[in-house]
Design a protein around this ligand. Structure first.
Ligand SMILES: NC(=O)c1ccc[n+]([C@@H]2O[C@H](COP(=O)([O-])OP(=O)(O)OC[C@H]3O[C@@H](n4cnc5c(N)ncnc54)[C@H](OP(=O)(O)O)[C@@H]3O)[C@@H](O)[C@H]2O)c1
Length: 334
């Protein structure tokens, strides 16, 4: 392969960005030790920000976004991988300041690569992708906090999004009762179908009073929204529960007093999927491919290709996606 197709984002004039599918010479790729043919990628909120020209995420353009990729090694200078190995890559700098997975080829350091777990296909690995891995980190934290399904419901905010819908699938698979908060009143059937017990409105997790503590409603939460939603989730947590801060689709700032922490022993746990160390990564992927693997992953999937990706990027930026956008980059039969 001397050339490859990819979605390239260019800055055509100051702060004006254009996204195009382009045929590129292989010399366009960074010179890392492992070259991978990509079969699947996935769309994350962060990818959309990078594709929109968010310089806090991607400093320099032209750029190929995509923090997720699964595929087959073409060549590697590392003795850890050889041609033909099936692999997945999520996070680190990929798709941020290193060209990412919206591309037929990636060149990445071998330290970023996870061998495809035995019980996952390349396609399933990308239905999960960063979103599923992030949920895995949160579930691991919930168990580390000695919480089990009998202890009470788990709140998932931004429930219809990529992280949200995977959180519901995986939590319900392992027996947790999920309370889902959403702004999409037309998606209640979808949420019930994927395993939600109790649906509440997005506004129901927005308490703008300065009350330090609120009625106890959940033993744990996976929060994709931030802001007042995160503050409300913390103030409404059972004693010795855990709130996992994952995202900031509403706001990156929140205010709480110390009382949920010193009177209820609530733990606030930050999730950073991108820089998770490799040994932890391997443990979480093992669980995602075994006891945490939902039987019905396809139920949340919208499968697209590179050509139709542009429109999906706009939808996720408007908060309008439902479920997980899987991107088929190359045909597995070729
Ligand atoms: N910490 C990590 O390692 C990590 C990893 C992955 C993702 N993230 C972050 O997690 C968040 C979710 O990512 P994603 O890829 O799942 O994005 P996504 O698919 O766009 O989902 C986000 C969901 O948040 C809700 N939402 C959107 N705008 C909102 C607003 N203004 N106010 C309240 N709710 C809003 C919507 O759900 P409803 O309509 O159902 O309410 C939306 O579907 C992002 O902030 C992302 O950057 C962090």
């Amino acid at each position: 392969m001397n050339s490859f197709r990819a979605l390239v984002v260019e800055e055509i004039s100051e702060n004006v960005f254009q996204r195009k599918i382009k045929e590129n010479s292989i010399d366009f790729l960074p010179k890392n030790d492992t070259l991978i043919k990509v079969f699947y990628s996935a769309l994350n909120y962060k990818d959309a920000l990078s594709a929109r020209g968010h310089k806090g995420i991607t400093r320099n353009y032209p750029h190929i976004p995509g923090i997720d990729a699964s595929g087959i090694v073409i060549e590697s200078k590392s003795n850890k991988f050889k041609a033909g190995d099936k692999v997945l890559v999520t996070g680190y700098d990929m798709g941020m300041n290193t060209f990412g997975g919206f591309s037929e080829l990636i060149s990445v350091p071998s330290e970023w690569i996870v061998p495809l777990p035995e019980n996952l296909t390349l396609r399933e690995a990308m239905i999960l992708g960063t979103a599923g891995f992030t949920v895995g980190l949160a579930i691991d934290a919930i168990f580390q906090n000695q919480i089990s399904p009998d202890d009470g419901p788990v709140l998932v905010t931004g429930a219809t999004g990529g992280v949200g819908s995977l959180a519901i699938l995986i939590l319900s698979k392992i027996g947790f009762k999920v309370t889902a908060s959403t702004g999409k009143t037309d998606k209640y059937d979808f949420l019930r179908k994927i395993g939600v017990e109790n649906i509440i409105s997005r506004n129901d997790v927005i308490n703008e009073t300065d009350k330090p503590l609120l009625s106890k409603r959940w033993v744990a939460a996976l929060d994709n929204v931030g802001g007042v939603t995160l503050s409300t989730a913390i103030r409404s947590c059972y004693n010795h529960g855990i709130i996992c801060s994952i995202g900031n689709t509403s706001s990156d700032k929140f205010t709480v007093s110390v009382y949920p922490f010193i009177l209820r022993g609530v733990r606030l746990f930050g999730i950073d999927s991108a820089e998770t160390k490799m040994d932890k990564r391997l443990t979480i992927w093992q669980k995602l491919s075994n006891q945490w693997k939902p039987d019905n992953l396809d139920i949340i999937v919208k499968e697209v290709n590179l050509e139709s990706l542009n429109n999906e990027i706009d939808l996720i930026l408007q908060g309008q996606q439902c479920g997980k956008v899987l991107i088929k980059i190359s045909d597995e039969n070729v």
